[in-house]
Design a protein around this ligand. Structure first.
Ligand code: COA
Length: 307
């Protein structure tokens, strides 16, 4: 997947406006959004500036996450609003615990069903977890079958329904997952640009998204774990030796077998070499469907297919 999933920046309000107006012209818009195209299109620039700034990178009450295509076009968006205990929520009920509320969920029709929505959704939900939310909610119109099915597939539970926003809606909730155990892994590299090419491509293919970036490093996140690649000023030596004591390889979830096969087929074009090719995909044992890849800097990654 060559899309970039990231938070908007405040100055990007014209693109945010364009995507919102496209969403409001979708046939399902009357079920999905609380305003009409006619209302939105006449709003002044100051409205779009303020709306974008509120959810921009660095804001802490909301985050608007977008998917950007290789040509720069924005193809999808999800916004997460943080609701603080002691306030009232969208329906006027008291908020008892810190929670996220997903709104403005939209993916352009030509990009639907491709897996992109999952990565976008994950990024918004992860932002809520990273900001201390204990649960995340989404309100979906009863008749918006596609959105309901998608949200349930993402692990949200339908906890009830009622008249909300002037129509019958379902309330879907995800609870903050228990930490998986690994907080993050940090790899020190001698050539950050080269490492970013191989790892950046791989993480994007696996549905991770860029999480942090600074002049000497970058990290990618999926769920509650992230991996840092850094050229630290304190680094000693130029070469990683996976056979020496220390980290031998990083093992990553790769989705189902077909998804793993797709990544493995494309990997040589992105700086990865298949190890143990004669025994692939069972080099790890007859019941283990996996691929072992190595990049030019000697880092090994194991991709594991779900059972
Ligand atoms: C909602 C939305 C973001 C979902 O993204 P998507 O890429 O279309 O989602 P996916 O295709 O991955 O998943 C949709 C699921 O619904 C199913 N589906 C499709 N049409 C359906 C329908 N009319 N009724 C029920 N299920 C339907 C699909 O088969 C798929 O389920 P599966 O994975 O079990 O096969 C996207 O469709 C969208 O932007 N819709 C318009 C705006 C909107 O409704 N926003 C949500 C407001 S709460």
């Amino acid at each position: 997947m060559s899309y970039v999933i990231r938070s908007v920046r405040a100055h990007e309000w014209p693109a945010a406006k364009e995507l919102r107006l496209a969403a409001l012209q979708d046939p399902v818009a009357p079920l999905a959004f609380m305003e009409t195209y006619e209302e939105a299109v006449v709003r002044p620039d100051s409205y779009w500036r303020e709306r974008t700034a509120k959810g921009a990178e660095g804001a802490d009450g909301a985050q608007m996450v977008i998917a950007e295509a290789p040509d720069g076009q924005w193809v999808g968006t999800v916004t997460v609003l943080l609701e603080e205990p002691g306030t009232t929520d969208w329906a006027g009920f008291p908020v008892e615990r810190k929670q996220g509320h997903l709104v403005g969920v939209f993916v352009r029709p030509e990009e639907r069903g491709s897996g992109l929505t999952e990565v976008l959704f994950d990024a918004a939900v992860e932002w809520a977890w990273a900001h201390g939310a204990e649960r995340v909610r989404l309100i979906v119109h009863e008749d918006n079958g596609r959105a309901r099915r998608f949200t349930e597939r993402m692990g949200f539970l339908d906890v009830g329904g009622g008249e909300h926003y002037g129509g019958p809606h379902r309330v879907l909730v995800a609870l903050r997952p228990r930490p998986s155990g690994v907080h993050h892994v940090e790899l020190w590299v001698a050539d950050l640009a080269a490492a970013e090419k191989t790892f950046g491509w791989l993480f994007h293919e696996l549905g991770w998204h860029e999480y942090q970036r600074w002049d000497r490093g970058v990290s990618w996140r999926r769920g509650d774990s992230y991996v840092v690649v850094e050229d630290s000023p304190a680094r000693a030596g130029d070469r990683h030796d996976r056979m020496a004591p220390g980290l031998n390889h990083l093992a990553l979830h790769a989705g189902d077998r077909a998804a793993l096969d797709r990544v493995v087929a494309a990997a040589p074009d992105h700086g990865w070499r298949l190890l143990f090719a004669d025994r692939h995909p069972h080099a790890g044992g007859p019941d283990h469907y996996a691929a072992y890849l190595e990049n030019a800097d000697g880092f090994e990654v194991e991709l594991v297919a779900s059972p």
